[in-house]
Design a protein around this ligand. Structure first.
Ligand code: ADP
Length: 237
């Protein structure tokens, strides 16, 4: 596969935290490649640095050293505005604990990225279109009767489906999922996963999936392992 088809690449990513004037190294130089349309599982014990790495890849947390390239663009070298744009347009996130806003309805939660991205005038101009798109996603995810519910009134599986709809609202080419079923019982988790994999295939998404579940990892084309801040098999071929 040519390098131009790599949509997300980490080169020698290092991250350390400064605690009580001491540097605490967490990531020791991590390399990763994710190709267009590929499903990659990232496994590893708790504390290995997986979430830290995802935050760096997702442009949420700056690395101490190294690069993150999104479609070949060195993202951490860009301006704050450019990075925010890359994050909004290229990346979707699903987290273990959903991260929905409790005060907003399911529909409003899905619309939240659009509300943040557009100013209120621009949002109002496209409001009908945005609402139709958000409703359509929620309907497809079996939530047509739950659109006006707030997260506390939803089950865990329903919350995660709302979170998935929110992540896909902007049609990002890359989806980063951090233990998306980690907080769900097995049966509910499997339903959410079926949806996730279905959308991945339908949209030809590049999926980076952090999981503890071997069965889940087995459904991905590649599995990378992280241990004590180092990645094994992060590169293709
Ligand atoms: P994983 O997701 O694989 O369980 P994490 O990335 O959450 O691992 O954590 C890796 C290590 O980094 C842990 O030892 C954790 O205590 C440490 N760590 C994570 N975030 C911070 C932070 N903000 N400040 C200091 N240490 C942190």
């Amino acid at each position: 596969m040519s390098s131009s088809e790599i949509v997300l690449r980490a080169r020698e990513v290092k991250k350390s935290y400064r605690i009580a004037r001491r540097e605490l190294p967490i990531l020791h130089g991590c390399d990763l490649e994710l190709a267009r349309g590929e499903r990659l599982a990232l496994m590893g014990p708790s504390g290995a640095g997986k979430s830290t790495f995802l935050h760096v890849l997702g442009l949420l947390d700056r690395p101490t050293a190294g690069q993150v390239e999104i479609d070949g663009e060195d993202a951490w070298r860009q301006s704050l505005e450019r990075r925010a744009r890359l994050r909004n347009e290229r990346l979707g996130f699903v987290f273990q604990f959903y991260h929905l806003v409790a005060e907003l309805t399911a529909l409003e939660n899905v619309l939240l990225p659009a509300m943040i991205r557009w100013n209120s005038l621009a949002f109002d101009a496209k409001k009908a279109q945005f609402y139709a798109r958000a409703s359509e996603l929620l309907e497809r995810f079996g939530l047509s009767e739950r659109m006006k519910h707030r997260p506390p009134q939803l089950s865990g599986g329903e919350r995660q489906r709302v979170a998935l709809a929110r992540a896909l609202f902007h049609d990002p080419p890359i989806l980063i999922a951090d233990e998306p079923t980690g907080n769900l019982d097995r049966e509910t988790g499997e339903k959410v996963l079926e949806l996730l994999f279905e959308e991945q295939a339908r949209r030809q998404l590049s999926l980076l999936l952090v999981t503890h579940d071997e069965r889940l990892a087995a459904r991905c084309e590649r599995v990378a392992h992280m241990d004590a801040g180092r990645i094994h098999n992060g590169l293709r071929g």
